[in-house]
Design a protein around this ligand. Structure first.
Ligand SMILES: C[S@@+](CC[C@H](N)C(=O)[O-])C[C@H]1O[C@@H](n2cnc3c(N)ncnc32)[C@H](O)[C@@H]1O
Length: 292
C-alpha cells in the first residue's frame, strides 16, 4: 500500500487543516472550506485563518455539501491557476460552486503526472476518461498525444472542461454528456478498445436521463465491462475513489479480480501535507500500466 501526494505543485498549497476545515491557496487566492476528515485541531489560530481566507464556505444547516461562499472584497468568482511538470502544461479555471468545490482536485496532480508519463511513449494512444468532471486528466492525456474521450453527465461541467482544454492550448477532445456505465456498455458492444482508462466515480451520481449511479452496487460490474475495453498490449489504468470509508484493499481486490493484466498494480491513499506536517487523506487510488 502506497501513500501518494503530488510533488510538483507551485500554484497550490494546503496551508492548514483542522476542526473539520481546510485552508488552501489556489493560485492567487486563499479559501477556507469544510473537510470531513480533518478532525484534529487547527495548526494556525483562527485569527490567522480570518486574516488569510478571501473566500469562506459556510454550509447550510443540515447539509453536508450545500452552502454559500462569503467573499472578502477583492475575491473574484472565477480565476485561473496553472500546473506544470515535465511537458505537462495545464491551465485550470477555478470557480466557487455551491457545493464547496472550486473545480480542481489538487491531489489528482499525482495521477495527471502518471497518465502523462505512461501515455507519452505509446504510439497514437487512445484514452477514455469517465466521471471526468472539469477535465484536467483529459487534458493531461491529450498533451501526452492521446486521442481522448471525456465522459461526464453534467453539461456545464463538460463546458468547463472544454475551457480548460482551450486555455491549455489544446484541441480535439471528444466531449460526451452521457451516463458513464451506459457509454461503456455501448463501447463494449461496438468492440472498441482504449489504451488508457481513467475513472473517478462519486459515491452517488446521476446520468443525463436520471440513470442512478451507486458506487458500491455498480463499481464491480462497471470494471468488468471496462476490462473488455482495455487494449491487451499497451495499457494504462487509473481508478480514483473519494468515498469516505473505502479501503485501498477494496480497490486492490476489485481491480485484480477484473483486470488479469494488472500485475504492476499499485494501490494506496492520496494525501496532501499541510504546513504543520499533518497529511490530509483525500481518497484512494489503484493504477497499473503495461510499462510497470
Ligand atoms: C468526483 S467528480 C470527478 C473528479 C475528476 N476526476 C477530477 O479530478 O477533476 C465525479 C464526476 O462524476 C460525474 N457523474 C456523476 N454521475 C455520473 C454518471 N452517472 N455518469 C457520468 N458522470 C457522472 C459528476 O458530474 C462529477 O463531475
Amino acid at each position: 500500500m502506497q501513500l501518494l501526494t503530488p510533488a510538483h505543485w507551485r500554484e497550490y498549497e494546503l496551508i492548514d487543516s483542522g476542526n473539520f476545515e481546510k485552508l488552501e491557496r489556489f493560485g492567487a487566492y486563499i479559501t477556507a472550506r469544510p473537510e470531513p476528515q480533518a478532525i484534529w485541531d487547527k495548526g494556525l489560530p483562527d485569527t490567522e485563518w480570518k486574516r488569510l481566507a478571501q473566500a469562506v464556505f459556510v454550509k447550510e444547516k443540515n447539509s453536508t455539501e450545500k452552502g454559500q461562499w462569503q467573499l472578502t472584497k477583492d475575491m473574484p468568482e472565477k480565476w485561473w491557476m496553472s500546473y506544470q511538470h515535465d511537458g505537462l502544461r495545464l491551465q485550470l479555471k477555478c470557480s466557487l460552486t455551491s457545493f464547496k468545490h472550486v473545480g480542481v482536485f489538487p491531489e489528482q496532480a499525482a495521477n495527471w503526472d502518471f497518465i502523462y508519463e505512461k501515455l507519452k511513449p505509446l504510439p497514437q494512444p487512445t484514452a477514455l476518461n469517465l466521471f471526468a468532471y472539469t477535465g484536467a486528466a483529459s487534458v493531461a492525456a491529450r498533451q501526452a498525444g492521446a486521442d481522448v474521450t471525456h465522459v461526464d453527465s453534467i453539461k456545464p461541467v463538460v463546458t468547463w472542461a472544454r475551457e480548460n482544454m482551450e486555455a491549455s492550448g489544446n484541441d480535439n477532445i471528444r466531449w460526451m454528456v452521457e451516463d458513464a456505465f451506459k457509454y461503456v456498455q455501448r463501447e463494449v458492444r461496438r468492440g472498441k478498445k482504449y489504451n488508457c482508462l481513467i475513472l473517478d466515480p462519486p459515491a452517488y451520481g446521476r446520468g443525463p436521463a436520471g440513470e442512478k449511479w451507486i458506487l458500491e452496487e455498480q463499481l464491480n460490474d462497471l470494471l468488468k465491462s471496462c476490462a473488455q475495453l482495455l487494449d491487451e498490449q499497451h495499457f494504462v489504468f487509473v481508478l480514483n475513489l473519494y468515498s469516505l470509508g473505502f479501503s485501498a484493499l477494496m480497490a486492490e481486490n476489485i481491480v485484480k479480480s477484473c483486470f488479469p493484466q494488472s500485475t504492476s498494480l499499485t494501490c494506496g491513499e492520496l494525501y496532501l501535507p499541510d504546513r504543520s506536517g499533518r497529511r490530509l487523506p483525500l481518497g484512494i487510488f489503484a493504477r497499473f500500466s503495461s510499462s510497470g
